[in-house]
Design a protein around this ligand. Structure first.
Ligand code: 5GP
Ligand code: ZN
Length: 114
């Protein structure tokens, strides 16, 4: 999608520190990390968000989730624990309208979230 920041990262037009990739998804370090491990996992195909996703998007969203867990294991935070976050809408702080899963770990994360 033109003018989508994360589509530009997928296209290689904006650099990112990629930690994992396959034909469907890309995982890269968040530019403003909120934890020692903070990776974003996105579908390479533009999906706006989980709220507008369709049934046909379900396998891809499931794949994003599995890649998030793989990234956590490879970052060494599976035993200490990690959090997967999908923000949606202004109250969540969502800023980029291309579906992205936050993988957060490496420190104790507060609950309830701030
Ligand atoms: P949201 O608040 O929409 O759930 O999360 C968007 C995330 O994208 C934020 O954590 C922000 O730091 C990250 N981000 C924004 N622009 C860039 C960028 O150009 N490169 C990378 N790697 N992360 C970005
Ligand atoms: Zn996009």
């Amino acid at each position: 999608m033109p003018d989508c920041l994360f589509c530009k990262i997928v296209a290689g037009e904006i650099p990112a520190t990629v930690v994992a990739e396959d034909d469907q998804v890309l995982a890269f370090k968040d530019i403003n990390p909120q934890a020692p491990v903070h990776v974003l996992v996105i579908p390479k195909r533009h999906i706006a968000n989980t709220a507008t996703a369709t049934e046909s998007d379900e396998p891809l969203i499931g794949h994003v989730l599995r890649m998030g867990c793989r990234v956590a294991v490879e970052a060494g935070v599976d035993e200490s624990g990690f959090r997967l976050v999908l923000n949606r809408g202004p109250d969540s702080g969502e800023a980029v309208p291309h579906l992205h899963l936050h993988v957060l770990g490496g420190r104790r994360l507060a609950w309830p979230p701030g």
